[in-house]
Design a protein around this ligand. Sequence first.
Ligand code: IVH
Length: 671
Amino acid sequence: MGTKGHTEIRDRVEHLRREIERHNHLYYTEAKPEISDREYDRLMAELVELERKHPELDRPDSPSRKVGGAPIDGFVTVRHSEPMLSIDNTYSADDLREFDKRVRKWLDGAPVRYFVEAKIDGVAMALRYEDGVLTQGLTRGDGEKGDDVTSNLRTVRDLPLRLLGRNHPPVLEVRGEVYMARADFAYLNKTREAEGLEPFANPRNSTAGSLKLLDPTLCAKRKLRLFVYGIQKADELGMKTHQEALGKAKEWGLPVNPLGEVCETIDAVLKLVDRWQTRRNELPYEIDGLVIKVDDLAQRKALGNTSKSPRWVSAYKFEAEQGTTRLREITIQVGKTGALTPVANLDPVRLAGTTVTRASLHNEDYIREKDIRVGDLVVVEKAGEIIPYIVRSEPSARTGEEKEYHFPRHCPVCGEAVKRDADGAVTRCTGKDCIGVARRRLRAFAARNAMDIEGLGSETVDQLVDAGLLRSLADIYRLQKEQLLPLERMGEQSVNNLLAGIEASKERGMARLLTGLGIRHVGETVADTLAGRFADIAELRGATEEAIASIPGIGPERAGSIRAWFDDDANGGLVDELAGLGLNMQAPPRPAREEQVLAGKTLVVTGTLEKFDRAEVERLIRELGGKAAGSVSKKTDYLVAGANAGSKLDKARELGVKVLDEEGFAKLIGR
Ligand code: IVH
């Protein structure tokens, strides 16, 4: 290629980078996107392709790093330029007044102003920019040395790889918190469960886990975000106050949490504490308290540090959403794969605005390790989206009446022996014909994310199992009107609806059927992948383990599980039966044309939804021929907005895009 051609390519690459950076900023910082996701993706794809063909043009601050970069072998440990200290915690108004008194005493009674910020519940990060380009990101580690996670940090959505404006300090170090928004966390866990993976306990854990991924492309999919909460050596850069430093950070395009406020007195701080205690649940990300900082940088210097923490800052921790109550009974739930899960039945306790009567005890080992006994006072925690669980017992409150719990050796439903998995803490029922497992399998099969059988919810499944009409999945398709009519709550109309729902489900196709079959490690996503590779279930069934394992996103463990499932005669027989009963086993499903109600339409989903979850809505949109986009633009046809919808809703109103609530959406798609 001639020199001229190369110059043109370089210019194009530079142009693309500038444009993408500008759109990143418009999207994440200003919440005012100018182009559609599709156009954005097109720009990014062009850049990635040009960089692939011309590796000499690659740069560490190319916005293409947002979607990943080359996988690495491990993380290097690097010393922090200044130790990352921790903050002294306060838990009450009295503690905070004490903190204020100490500060004033050390400052000889000089007037003090505080800057109060949200304490983001994520993972601390030290970031380094050289000549305005992001060059390093270190985790806190032990405070002295941290892990270099730069390539993963580059994928953080709202973080500029190059600072905006000019005249940046040659070296700029900022510190902040990487976090995951609630919605992204919920979505991640949903997908993990669909893939048969263990869900993360909370957004902080999922953030930490994501930063440790060795493949930045995977990390990019986790949609991490960041708030900068401090500039190192801000005084040496000529800034006088923390507020001024954050203002500068914002000018440079760094994401700064908008909730910060200056307080002139500790009483004003306490008012804020009260206000945020209740408002925290409305935020799209989790905060676990407020951070109260002396605003004046010269005063900070005068105050200095103790060996562990600076004297100029205090973290006020919100009350954890924990409560103490009595554990009355431990019952066992048998899942669709036969897993036995112990559940604590509790005296009702109010937590995070809901009444909790049941909480997870995870597994046999957990009960033993935590020495949890029936009759104990126990501490229950409910955080955000998470199922309540027992944190610990209070052995000091025991009367001697409490009973140690013995995990059953036999399935409480069918009485067959149980067996622990060789590779974990999970205990399973070995019964080939366990009615508990059957119930769960039937429910999972009929569920919305699988065969989506209208009229066949959990209660109806139980009713039909109890009536002896359902046992295997195939039984669903043998149900007769005359059998159903005599049952309670089964009027003519309900029966017709149920049978119509069952009939309609026959056309769901390979992916949904695979999801519904309850093969271990095969959830929606994996099922979709398989349906993208095999023409129908028969072809998958005939495939070798190696062939299945070689599909991207499947891997040996899942392939083994899939192969083993089909090799089990009972399962092979079930598939034959279902085929004989007229189920469509082809990929992709044959959607009736009249179902493609969203053909050519672009929808955006935002806010907290109640009846649907976001993954489900997006899947429905795709299935019905539409496109689920991430940001609102002129080309958006509908915004589906749940509770606490924010900037996207404003944008939609501004552009005159039609806004639907959940009901409106359900109506639109005719459900
Ligand atoms: S200031 C000297 N500001 O909380 C420490 N920290 O418990 C200066 N955190 O490790 C930290 N939000 O990772 C500060 N607005 C905020 C914060 C914040 C979250 C984290 C931080 C730190 C931990 C201390």
